[in-house]
Design a protein around this ligand. Structure first.
Ligand SMILES: N[C@@H](CCC(=O)N[C@@H](CS)C(=O)NCC(=O)O)C(=O)O
Length: 246
């Protein structure tokens, strides 16, 4: 049985102080797949923060988690308090705020969130309409997804990115949570391509602005190292197995 870190019980002001401080270390509890852990891992990695993977013993741990599901992240602040973070998107936005990836003001934050949400919808649709389909029918489901949902997402996002100056970012001149979300959706679609389906309609030639976003994310020093790491390859394999691609 693996023991989980104990969240510090303290007044909200104490935890809030710990939450805004820098120099935290992180432990993530999540299965050996990308899934809902992928963006969280990516955000911690791009920030150059140390994080550790806790061994999963789900039958035992489930009851100990806040919503009986994963991911859960345990953050230990430099001042010693441990914060228990749960619900994937709440964790993502929390980390994005810490790493200044939510834009410079409320308006930019709204823009980041709208691109994020739109990409999240395209990702969820892939999950239900393609990954949720088993056997030979998955090829047809993927083709339909590429032609309909993905084609629409591509058209709209290429246009929005163009309006921001085709600079490889959705908002302003720098990386935000929206950029990471898009880069990971592209990675996921390229990884989870059903054999026999049409090519994923995402490439430097076909979708130059979306591709530029992915390149901007991938060219971050820590992300480039992560993508080549053994652990990232293991998670690719775990993800492929989970969805019966291998
Ligand atoms: N709304 C939750 C959903 C989490 C979720 O469904 N997690 C799945 C893995 S991706 C899980 O914990 N499955 C195991 C279980 O439900 O027992 C979130 O976004 O964090």
């Amino acid at each position: 049985m693996s023991v989980l870190p104990t969240a510090t019980k303290a007044a909200s002001e104490v935890l809030a102080k710990a939450a805004i401080a820098t120099g935290s270390t992180y432990k993530i509890l999540y299965f050996a797949i990308h899934g809902r852990g992928e963006l969280i891992r990516t955000l911690m990695i791009q920030g150059g923060d140390k994080y550790e993977e806790l061994p999963v013993d789900w039958a035992v741990q489930k009851e100990l988690t806040p919503f009986k599901c994963l991911p859960v992240v345990y953050e230990t602040a430099a001042s010693g308090e441990t914060l228990e973070l749960s619900e994937s998107q709440a964790i993502e936005r929390y980390l994005a705020r810490k790493y200044h990836l939510l834009g410079a003001n409320a308006w930019e934050e709204h823009l980041v969130n709208r691109y994020f949400n739109s990409t999240d919808a395209a990702q969820n649709s892939f999950g239900t309409s393609v990954l949720g389909v088993q056997g030979d029918a998955r090829v047809e489901a993927a083709n339909t997804y590429y032609k309909e949902t993905l084609a629409k997402w591509i058209r709209l996002h290429e246009e929005h990115l163009k309006q921001n100056g085709s600079n490889g970012h959705y908002v302003g001149n720098g990386l935000t949570l929206a950029d990471y979300k898009t880069a990971l959706l592209v990675d996921r679609l390229l990884l989870l391509h059903p054999k026999g389906a049409e090519a994923v309609p995402l490439s430097e030639q076909a979708t130059p602005n979306i591709w530029k976003v992915r390149e901007a994310v991938h060219s971050q020093k820590h992300i480039a190292q992560w993508k080549k790491s053994e652990r990232c390859q293991e998670l690719d394999q775990g993800t492929l197995k989970m969805f019966k691609f291998i």
